[in-house]
Every structure is written in structure tokens, then in C-alpha cells.
Design a protein around this ligand. Sequence first.
Ligand SMILES: [Zn+2]
Ligand SMILES: [Zn+2]
Length: 139
Amino acid sequence: MEFVDRLLTCIDCGGEFIFTAGEQLFFFDKQFKNDPKRCKPCKSKRAGVGLHPGSGPAAAGLSRTETRTECSECGVQTTVPFKPTQGRPVLCRQCFQIKQRAAAPGIATSTVTAELMASSELVPVSAEMLAAAAQAPRA
Ligand SMILES: [Zn+2]
Ligand SMILES: [Zn+2]
């Protein structure tokens, strides 16, 4: 198969660019079905944003952080989807749900809720739990 240089239009900047015979050979070799849509400056601009498929940390499976730790409530071994900070309480799923239920106004009984609301400013763990809740996977 022979290739000749072709003139294509960039979909990003609308400018024309040359799809060289060498590049066409490369595309043919890689079995790419589509012509390039962007000129080189636009392509490198996009590549700089990190759109390289199959080369980021996510593709390498490094974005998933599972850390083995102990529940600071009952001491059971558990894994958390984030890196626990030193001194920060880490709860197993069971303890976490119990705490969450107790801390959620409206679900707890009215007397407990009133008590919790009155003392909420004196319980720093509740803020930590909210942060943990944002990171914990939904059951
Ligand atoms: Zn362009
Ligand atoms: Zn626990």
C-alpha cells in the first residue's frame, strides 16, 4: 500500500495540517481506523492534560488505595479505601454504621438527638466521621 501526504482540518483550531505518508503508515500499522483529528500543537496540548490512554496511574491500578488497619472502636481487622491519618479514628463497617446511625439526627430517638446536638461541638470525632463518610464506599 502506498501513502501520500494529505491535508486534514483540525477539529480544535480549524487549521489545516499535513497527515504525512509516514504518519499514515504508522496509523495503518497500528490499525487505527480514523484519521487524526487534530494538528500537532492541539494534540500535544491535549496530551499535556493527561489524556494518554493506558499510561496514567489509574491504568496501572495505583489509584486504588486499600489500607489494612484496625478498627479503633472494636479492634477488628478491616480495610479502608483511603490512607488513615495518624491519630484519626478508623472504624470498621459495622462500627461506622452504628456511629453514623447515632450521629444522624432524625434517625436516632429524639432524646438522643437532642443530647447529641447539645454536645456536638464538644465531640471532635463527629467531624472526622463525616470526612470518613465522604470517603467510605456506600454500602
Ligand atoms: Zn489544531
Ligand atoms: Zn469496629
